[in-house]
Write a protein that binds this ligand. Structure first.
Ligand code: SF4
Length: 226
């Protein structure tokens, strides 16, 4: 598999925020989100090829059970099912961070952490928007993921108007357990996170949805590999 990086940290987002976890960042993503903070993982070719056994060995050297498979978009990696089965056999707790745009039924996963991409993710550059817009959202795939796995839905909020789109998505996906729906501020730096969090907290209270921390930004200002 093409791997961008493997590192040990704390899960920064979602219901497992704060849990020590090994992150396996797979290379390659077909989307071009405007605010993407892992552009270095867009190209599959820029990752280092690693056999599955080496990935499992690298993961097991750390003192934790939790493994977060992220990207890029890990669901696009052809060997993802084999990696998840190997990690499950090694007794890992597997979280997959995905935009929810592809699925393979052979994937083993304890928590499908889905971040559907809203209109606020579309890049301004028309060439990138042309790539991004038709691929960013797939209702049929989201439905399958919600029906198949324990899940959380994490939405990036850029402005109050985003809540109209989020509520429309939740209606289209109904029934959705709203306790598993989280809103997180669009922020790439600690300053932005502190500035934008109160607005998102108010929106969480208005809509009865959960505020999603972004610990890695708060603690390390989104430093790569921290
Ligand atoms: S899906 Fe994730 S990795 Fe891909 S462009 Fe969007 S934010 Fe970046």
């Amino acid at each position: 598999m093409n791997v961008t990086e493997i590192f040990y940290s704390l899960q920064g987002e979602g219901q497992l925020a704060g849990v020590p976890s090994v992150f396996v960042r797979l290379a390659g993503c077909p989307l071009r989100c405007r605010w993407c903070d892992t552009r270095y993982a867009w190209s599959a070719e820029q990752g280092d090829p690693m056999p599955l056994d080496d990935i499992v060995r690298a993961v097991r050297q750390y003192p934790c059970r939790h493994v977060v498979i992220t990207g890029g978009e890990p669901m696009m990696a052809p060997d993802l099912p084999d990696l998840t089965v190997a990690l499950r056999d090694a007794d890992a707790h597997i979280t997959i961070e995905t935009a929810g745009i592809a699925h393979d039924p052979r994937i083993a996963c304890n928590l499908m952490s889905i971040s559907p991409k809203l209109g606020n993710s579309t890049p301004e550059d028309p060439r990138l928007a042309h790539i991004h817009e038709p691929a960013r959202f797939n209702l049929a795939v989201l439905r399958v993921l919600l029906d198949t796995y324990d899940y959380q839905l994490k939405f990036v909020v850029d402005a109050p108007a985003d809540l109209d789109e989020i509520e429309a998505v939740l209606r289209d996906l109904a029934p959705v357990n709203r306790e598993k729906v989280l809103l997180m501020p669009q922020a790439a730096t600690r300053d932005e996170l502190v500035r934008e969090s109160p607005l998102v907290a108010d929106l969480c209270k208005q809509h009865g949805l959960t505020f999603c921390p972004r610990l890695h930004i708060l603690l390390w200002d989104n430093r790569r590999g921290a």
